[in-house]
Design a protein around this ligand. Structure first.
Ligand code: SAM
Length: 275
């Protein structure tokens, strides 16, 4: 493989810069984030995400897929690095790193593009704090065929290592918007469909609501505090998922999964040919 830089030292500046992407401040500064695993990196490239650096372990130099991926990276002006397992563990802050890592440009969608004529279902997340929850929700939304996700207020960053890992590649398949609560409420004024909030004191069983065919916004609340009062005020319905037993509430990601699958009930079918 030509044009591949071999790095052995942990002190190499390229390694230091990649390792620094574990911090939000550095991800913001560089506009980059890390994704781990060859399959994920190929998937991201196929979907048009811009790669800046491809890192692969020396142990898999003869792999044709890696050679192709390296060629694609070089073709778009990216850097390809071959290194040791130890260096890869340092970059990803884990003991058992994948053998391939990609540093990609972050991609936020503009609020202006959050167009309800194109997307029928938006998922709004109020001040979500836990990266594992966010990643799991992104993965679940993708599985349910929901790709427009709005992060409202101060949230955990979807491009953190923990969140990206939990998405299992779905980070590359969704459109992520971020809005302050005020911006969201302003944007929502022009929304022609229903806003469904989920709330522990919601008056209606989520299975009893007629969601209709209109575009919908599903709002999910913060892990600790639930939906803010301002957001509750813009909801057309407050849905509750019934619970038995002693649990106070459901985990946010689980509740989101239940709601999304209910809303997408008529759109999701098992493809018998692939069964
Ligand atoms: N202490 C918070 C409260 O009082 O709202 C608990 C929040 S709960 C862990 C996080 C979010 O998950 C909620 O805001 C809501 O969106 C959703 N959720 C969890 N359990 C739910 C349920 N049984 N019905 C409706 N939404 C639920």
């Amino acid at each position: 493989m030509g044009q591949v830089k071999e790095i052995t030292s942990l002190a190499n500046p390229v390694v230091k810069d990649l390792r620094a992407l574990a911090s939000k401040k550095m991800r913001d500064r560089a506009g980059l984030f890390l994704a781990e695993g060859l399959k994920l990196v190929i998937h991201a490239l196929d979907l048009g995400w811009k790669i800046r650096t491809l890192v692969f372990s020396k142990t898999c130099s003869e792999n044709v897929l890696i050679e192709n991926t390296a060629a694609r990276t070089i073709a778009v002006g990216g850097l390809v690095v071959k290194t040791s397992y130890k260096v890869m563990a340092t970059i990803t802050h884990r003991d058992n790193p994948q053998t391939v890592i990609g540093a990609f440009e972050k991609n936020w969608y503009n609020q202006e593009k959050a167009d309800f004529r194109r997307s029928k279902l938006f998922l709004g997340l109020d001040r979500i704090r836990n990266p594992g929850n966010l990643g799991t929700i992104i993965r679940t939304a993708d599985a349910a065929g929901v790709s427009s996700i709005i992060l409202i207020g101060r949230t955990t960053e979807p491009f953190s290592l923990a969140s990206v890992r939990a998405t299992m590649g779905s980070i590359f398949a969704v459109q992520l918007y971020r809005m302050s609560e005020k911006k969201f409420i302003d944007w929502k004024r022009y929304f022609p469909g229903l806003v469904i909030g989920t709330h522990l004191s919601g008056a209606v069983d989520y299975r009893a609501i007629d969601y209709g065919n209109e575009p919908l916004i599903l709002l999910m609340g913060n892990e600790q505090h639930g939906l803010s009062e301002n957001l509750v005020a813009v909801c057309d319905r407050l849905a509750r998922i019934p619970q038995a037993g002693q649990a106070d509430s459901l985990n946010l990601a689980v509740a989101t999964g239940i709601m999304l699958y209910e809303l997408r009930r008529n759109n999701l079918k098992i493809d018998k040919r692939s069964a």
